[in-house]
Design a protein around this ligand. Structure first.
Ligand SMILES: *Cc1c(COP(=O)(O)O)cnc(C)c1O
Length: 819
């Protein structure tokens, strides 16, 4: 068994050319130059993604990385670098991971399916970790890149591996099978949806089943057998079904008891039982799959029942919330292992809003590593992450306290001790990452540190935001820059929280409406260039002090700025020029361009960074001719300006729908607005490529029985058609749920059912007709999400999604999550 690999070994394994000038042991496979935790032990794979990985070699080199897998040697003067040259960098990564996998003769469960892969993987981990030392994919790292990185984590202490595999198009599973080499297969829920990457659902199923090609046993739902390709039936199969009694595990009776789901089943001619602590259909099916898998692994039915009953929810989320004493809290209090710690530390590194970073960490269990080695690795991660304050909780961490270095160190034997000491250590103006194994109950710490929220929250999914960003990046012509509009609190979605992610993901520019918005971003550590759409002359000094770039749109404003620059002895200050091509809001009119050019002719005070205009109706086919006219007047204007200046400027005119519909009008940059937040009239609503990022939810404060003869709310406007019940929820027009939604116009999702409002919306609350829904006080109610979309809400009251988004008032707490 080979457990350590040097650069030279790896060169042989992946059959690379090139020379190894400095051999060393590699323990980390790196695919992102921003995630360097231990540079000397890292091997960087220059993958060809949205950007060419070769572009980041210099960054990685500066950070200390000396070994690279590349398709061609970049021009670099450095002599101390190992370049392993291959035809296909991704294939090389996969070959190396497959080689590592084959060093281990352990049981490996491979999971695939359309839904539930991550939950089933995490639950199997929970269920079997009492006696197994399990390695698994961090989060849902199940892609062509995620799988090899996951498999690379297997170490000699592990005696079981659980890996999920996800594919998006035909042909991908074979490579994942070769890396995972599963000995047992588990198939999760198969959606009937005909996914974009497949010709048919049958092709999708067949492709997924390739993962199980060499498995000695497969666990799947019997009902799917009809679709199974012939040769799959020859495997040893453990089937389950809720319909067919010939399945190995036949669930024949199901009832709900006290909020739990009780099942009886036939297994090996015996009646067995199982209590699932969830009632939703997806969780029940996932629990049955886990039950079947445990039985297939030889667990006793009684053990299965006992453990499944205690299944804890799976949270892959990191939540970012406002904390007490000006802190930001990143809550990851549900699981702890070294891989997810690395991911969380990376998210912490993206936060710029406070200069101090704190980590509260519990002992880590079942890593498969020897304790000293484990805590040595953790101490190294902590030190590389630049943690200012480290708080370790647990006897193992306390025992290894000498390994840790940070400005402030605190150790506690258990969570209670830390809680008692929390006021004394006084966390203040810092970003605090809370990361603990479940048994440490770190949710108590997060409860103590997070600001109390009124129960209406706007949840922002930062993963979706990133997907949306990438969706638009994918539409850009080569070399086109991207400016993201983060005006009006990023359309109501946040300030530094959104900007941090954009900065980390290398957008080129941000734009805000007013100087104050730009200052807020600077004060929370945003260093990207920022354009200010409506710079106020009274705030020019602050604008300049914060390196914000004004958009100048009139002679008056231009003069004011030049005068200001003159007085303050400023030269070549970056400005942007706004041309009015038909919007008639602000901007230099076409006929004014000549005079503007005269002003620019010899002007040492400003440097024109960009010239732009704004489309009036980029999403409306009926106005396409007008849009074309705008484009041509824009071209005339910027040409005149560039001719005068004698240098080229960044030209931009497209907003979100412009990007989608006018690929020839991208020029040098586009301005992405509402599309980032998941709304674009030019993209079909059912597309999975673009998704809303925000969920507005509230809770039920009271449920009342109401007779048809009664009236509900102010002015007696509401009533029920027949005797029924209403639920009062904690959202009103002061939260942004407009009065126009009252009296049945608006609808909310209560336990999965869409129900209408009844009566007038009041300031802080409103009432819903829940006559036909099972509901109790405290239940969650969805105002909008990816199902009940803001587009629909906008249509209900005759407005546009922009207004719905930006109306959510600042009283509503924002919670950000990242998976
Ligand atoms: C708000 C704004 C945008 C973004 O528009 P979307 O339709 O949200 O993409 C682009 N340009 C300017 C000048 C804007 O004010």
């Amino acid at each position: 068994m080979q457990l350590t690999f040097t650069v030279g070994d790896i060169k042989n394994i992946i059959k690379a050319s090139g020379t190894v000038v400095q051999d060393s042991v590699i323990s980390i496979l790196l695919t992102d130059s921003r995630r360097i935790s231990n540079a000397p032990a890292s091997l960087f794979f220059a993958l060809n993604g949205r950007r060419d990985g070769h572009e980041f070699i210099a960054d990685a080199y500066t950070a200390g990385v000396r070994s690279f897998v590349v398709t061609h040697q970049p021009e670099m003067v450095a002599v101390d670098v190992n370049f392993l040259i291959v035809d296909n960098v991704l294939a090389a990564l996969q070959i190396l991971a497959a080689h590592h996998r084959s060093q281990f003769d352990i049981e490996v469960i491979g999971i695939t399916g359309s839904n539930g892969k991550t939950i089933v993987k995490e639950w199997l981990y929970q269920l079997m970790s009492p006696e197994r030392n399990i390695v698994r994919n961090p989060k849902s790292y199940n892609s062509q890149i995620g799988v090899p990185l996951s498999v690379w984590q297997i170490n000699e202490g592990n005696n079981l591996a659980i890996f999920e595999a996800g594919i998006s198009k035909a042909g991908e599973m074979s490579s994942l099978e070769a890396i995972i080499q599963p000995t047992m297969g588990v198939l999760t829920h198969m959606g009937t949806a005909h996914d974009e990457g497949f010709d048919s659902p049958k092709q999708k199923l067949e492709e997924k089943l390739r993962l199980f090609r060499n498995c000695s046993q497969i666990v799947y739902q019997y009902d799917l057998l009809i679709d199974f390709p012939e040769d799959m039936r020859e495997h040893k199969c453990f089937t389950w079904s809720r319909k067919f009694n010939i399945a190995t595990l036949y669930v024949f009776s199901e009832t709900s008891i006290l909020g739990k789901h009780y099942m009886r089943a036939m297994y090996k001619e015996q009646e067995i039982e199982c209590l699932v602590p969830y009632r939703d259909e997806a969780s029940i099916e996932n629990a049955i799959i886990c039950w079947a898998t445990m039985l297939a692994m030889g667990y006793e039915p009684a053990v299965c029942d006992d453990r499944i009953e205690r299944l804890a929810p799976v949270s892959m989320r990191l939540e970012l919330k406002d904390g007490i004493n000006d802190c930001s809290i990143i809550d990851d209090s549900y699981n702890s292992d070294i891989q997810s710690l690395e991911i969380a530390l990376n998210f912490l590194a993206q936060q710029n809003q406070h200069s101090k970073k704190t980590l509260i960490l519990s002992d880590i269990y079942q890593s498969g590593l020897k304790q000293h080695e484990l805590y040595l690795q953790i101490a190294q991660l902590v030190s590389n992450a630049g943690i200012d304050r480290f708080i370790g909780v647990g006897s193992d961490l306390t025992e290894h306290r000498d390994l840790f270095k940070a400005t402030k160190l605190h150790f506690y034997n258990n969570t209670e001790e830390l809680l008692k000491d929390l006021t004394r250590i006084h966390l203040n103006n810092e970003t605090v990452l809370i990361k603990g194994a479940r048994s440490f109950e770190f949710e108590k710490i997060s409860r103590a540190l997070v600001q109390k929220a009124h129960e209406t929250v706007l949840e922002i999914n930062l993963n979706t935001l990133l997907n949306n960003l990438n969706f638009y990046k994918g539409k850009l012509n080569p070399g086109v820059k991207i400016m993201v509009m983060v005006k009006a609190f990023s359309y109501g979605s946040g300030t530094f929280e959104v900007a941090n992610i954009l900065q980390y993901n290398r957008v080129d520019y941000l734009a805000v409406a007013y100087t104050d918005e730009g200052i807020d971003l600077r004060e929370t550590g945003i260093t990207l260039p920022i354009m200010v759409l409506n710079p106020e002359p009274a705030a020019f000094d602050k604008l300049v002090a914060h390196k914000l770039e004004p958009a100048l749109y009139s002679f008056l404003l231009f003069d004011e700025f030049v005068k200001f620059a003159q007085t303050d002895d400023i030269r070549d200050y970056p400005i942007h020029l706004k041309i009015d091509t038909g919007m008639h809001r602000v901007g230099f009119e076409e006929f004014e361009v000549e005079a503007l050019c005269d002003l620019l002719e010899v002007n040492p005070y400003v440097k024109v960074q960009s010239v732009y205009s704004h489309m009036v109706a980029s999403d409306a086919t009926e106005h396409d001719l007008f849009t074309l006219k705008q484009i041509s007047s824009f071209e005339k204007a910027y040409k005149a300006i560039e001719d005068t200046l004698g240098y080229t400027v960044i030209k931009h005119i497209s907003n979100t729908s412009g990007i989608s519909r006018w690929p020839n009008a991208q020029y040098d940059m586009v301005r992405l607005g509402i599309g980032l937040y998941g709304v674009d009239a030019a993209v079909p609503r059912d597309s999975t490529a673009l998704q809303p990022i925000a969920t507005l939810k509230t809770t039920v404060s009271q449920v009342k029985k109401i007779a048809a003869t009664e009236t509900i709310g102010y002015m007696r406007n509401g009533s029920l058609k027949s005797d029924g019940k209403i639920a009062t929820v904690r959202i009103g027009y002061a939260d942004g749920y407009l009065r126009a939604f009252g009296n049945g116009v608006g609808k909310m999702l209560v336990n999965g059912t869409l129900v209408p409002t009844v009566g007038n919306i009041t300031m802080d609350m409103c009432m819903l007709d829940v006559s036909n829904v099972e509901v109790k006080e405290g239940d969650e109610v969805i105002v909008f999400n990816e199902q009940q979309r803001i587009e629909e809400l906008a249509a209900q009251i005759g407005t546009i999604p922009y207004e719905i988004l930006t109306n959510v008032s600042q009283r509503v707490k924002r919670v950000y999550f990242y998976e």
